[in-house]
Design a protein around this ligand. Structure first.
Ligand SMILES: [Zn+2]
Length: 227
């Protein structure tokens, strides 16, 4: 590839078939976060690096996200049986991507994670990112489907995950609010607000978000919370 001011080519050795390929990544200085939605979705000015987070091998179809951990040994056998063998034809989405290409890449990663039985938290984060991509397309029905999936996985991860649990609690409440499950949202936000062990940051975030909802009666972006 000739020098491109927006992208660079990342060199990847596929963890499944071991073959080499290159895939586009956005250059770090080519995007800027301008705001953040209340479920932490970053809004970018310029290019959106989220579109290039998943590397999809054009040789075998294995899809890799840097958060994945079960990419070795017996997990690879599961991935082969459940995912690779079911793929009809690996596609090449290693160059400039549309939002639809990005959704495909994340859905493939989601299937790989399901096959290797990755942790619930990891599944939740991937599902949430798919929901964000659908939000960019204004496809609310599909966005909702993946918000539901993300919330279910966040629920499952409560018990097993201590680290970052405030963030998970917040996200669970926030997704409940977005999905119209107000009683569950209220429960989650109240817990964050009243628990003195919760950090000031998350207590404040929860308080603002809940008050904002109560007074405005509609989901809003984080922009209005910080005012
Ligand atoms: Zn491969």
């Amino acid at each position: 590839m000739a020098f491109n001011i927006y992208y660079y080519e990342s060199h990847v050795d596929c963890k499944f078939c071991k073959k080499h390929f290159t895939t586009y990544k956005v250059r770090p200085n080519r995007y800027k976060i301008t705001e953040e939605h209340s479920d932490f979705m970053p809004v970018y000015e310029g290019l959106n690096p989220l579109l290039y987070e998943v590397a999809v091998c054009p040789h075998c179809g294995f899809a890799y996200h840097k958060s994945m951990t079960r990419t070795y040994g017996p997990f690879m056998q599961l991935i082969e049986e459940i995912y690779i063998k079911e793929l009809r034809k690996p596609m090449n989405i290693c160059h400039e991507r549309t939002i639809d290409d990005a959704i495909t890449s994340f859905k493939l990663a989601y299937l790989v994670c399901r096959a290797s039985m990755e942790e619930a938290l990891l599944m939740a984060n991937i599902a949430l990112k798919i929901a964000w991509l659908y939000r960019l397309k204004n496809d609310t029905k599909s966005e909702r489907r993946y918000l539901v999936a993300a919330r279910d996985f966040y629920s499952k991860s409560f018990a097993s995950n201590q680290e970052g649990s405030e963030r998970i609690l917040y996200l669970h409440a926030e997704l409940s609010l977005r999905l119209g499950d107000i009683s569950e949202a209220k429960k989650g936000f109240s817990r964050l607000i009243s628990d003195q062990h919760v950090s000031v940051k998350h207590r404040k975030l929860a308080k603002n978000r809940w008050e904002n909802y109560k007074y405005d009666e509609q989901p809003t972006s984080i922009e209005s919370i910080s005012q």
